[in-house]
Write a protein that binds this ligand. Structure first.
Ligand code: NAD
Length: 331
């Protein structure tokens, strides 16, 4: 089986290559992202393997179907970047990695919260320059405060456990509440109104797009902390910037960004940044932007490689496709 592997980074090769030999799968690594321009590279392959900032729209799917591509392998849990209905119409199964390490992402969300609260990112650069002043770094105790968790699936639950370990009260919103969890579920408006910390762990769907926008920011407490490790489009960036300018937020940590495609995962340090919102976000001292790396632990990347290749092997050998994305699933 020949697989066109898009958006390859050095760490992908390290984890995927040895395992691919075990499965007898031939991976062809391309550094370029999967998009309209690069889709011809898929010719001559049985499957495509793509990541979060690659995309496959209907036109691209029709074209890979004509090339004889038999499957799409996602190296992610989310699948909002693929037209699943078009793939189903062409009988091309789309397989994902539903769960690799929810703890990796939840631990990272907590790292972002601790960073923006206690300003360790700024303290690091200050002390490296022997500026030992602590002015401007005062944070707040998390213990006893209320955390609002939007989406209580695998990552949300891992985050709840961590937040509880910090002695926080938990409010949660999920259209499918989990009665096994010891949390107070309420409407999302109430979460936004009552929480001191809001952390987003829902998928990107038409319902969750811009779940954080002017109206919901208005509901939030002053000096709220907002953490987004899910998908960039959950937050309307224009409104976030407006809220920051009005000093609504004590701290904001975003690992994902509405317009991250083509920028995140790339070294743009020698380029002129045309995205004014991204450039503006970087100017706020209480905002931490990172490059979609919540998943990035050894354990998680190993699990992504293992499950992706198991998915490929299942296609190759005609086995049951346990991780296939169904057209009626939410991302
Ligand atoms: P999951 O499917 O286990 O949980 C998602 C939860 O969101 C479910 O409980 C679902 O009912 C809930 N939900 C659905 N619609 C909702 C809505 N309108 N409002 C609130 N909640 C809603 O998924 P997961 O494994 O916990 O992952 C959550 C998200 O994290 C993924 O969709 C992905 O976007 C993101 N993610 C980010 C990274 C990263 O590196 N930063 C890594 C993995 C996943």
């Amino acid at each position: 089986m020949r697989v066109a592997f898009y958006s390859t980074k050095p760490y992908d090769k390290i984890y995927f290559e040895p395992l691919s030999h075990e499965y007898g799968i031939e991976l062809h690594f391309f550094e370029v992202p999967c998009n309209e321009e690069t889709i011809p590279l898929a010719a001559g392959h049985d499957a495509l393997c793509i990541f979060v900032n690659d995309y496959l729209n209907e036109r691209m799917i029709n074209s890979i179907a004509e090339m004889g591509v038999r499957a799409v392998l996602l190296r992610s849990a989310g699948f909002n970047n693929v037209d699943i209905k078009a793939a189903a119409k062409n009988n091309i199964p789309v397989l994902r990695v539903p769960s690799y390490s929810p703890e990796a992402v939840a631990e990272y969300a907590m790292a972002m919260l601790l960073t923006v609260n206690r300003q360790t990112h700024r303290a690091y650069t200050r002390t490296r320059d022997f500026n030992m002043s602590i002015n401007g770094f005062m944070g707040t105790d998390l213990h006893g405060k209320t955390a609002g968790v939007i989406g209580t699936g695998k990552i949300g639950q891992a985050m709840i456990n961590i937040l509880k370990g910090f002695g926080m009260e938990i409010l949660a919103y999920d259209p499918y509440p989990n009665s096994a969890l010891d949390v107070e579920y309420c409407e999302k408006e109430q979460v936004f109104e009552r929480a001191d910390v809001i952390t987003l762990h829902c998928p990107l769907t038409p319902e969750t797009k811009h779940i954080v926008q002017a109206k919901t920011i208005e509901l939030m407490k002053n000096d709220v902390y907002l953490i987004n490790t899910s998908r960039g489009d959950l937050i309307r960036t224009d409104d976030l910037i407006e809220g920051l300018l009005h000093k609504k937020f004590a701290g904001v940590g975003i690992d994902v960004y509405e317009e991250e495609g083509g920028v995140f995962y790339e070294d743009c340090s020698n380029e002129i940044i045309a995205d004014e919102n991204l450039a503006r976000l970087m100017t706020f001292p209480n905002v931490l932007v990172t490059s979609h790396m919540g998943f990035f632990t050894r354990e998680a990347v190993h699990a992504i490689a293992d499950v992706t290749l198991k998915n490929a092997d299942a296609v190759n050998r005609g086995l049951e496709l346990v991780n296939v994305v169904k057209p009626d699933m939410s991302c």
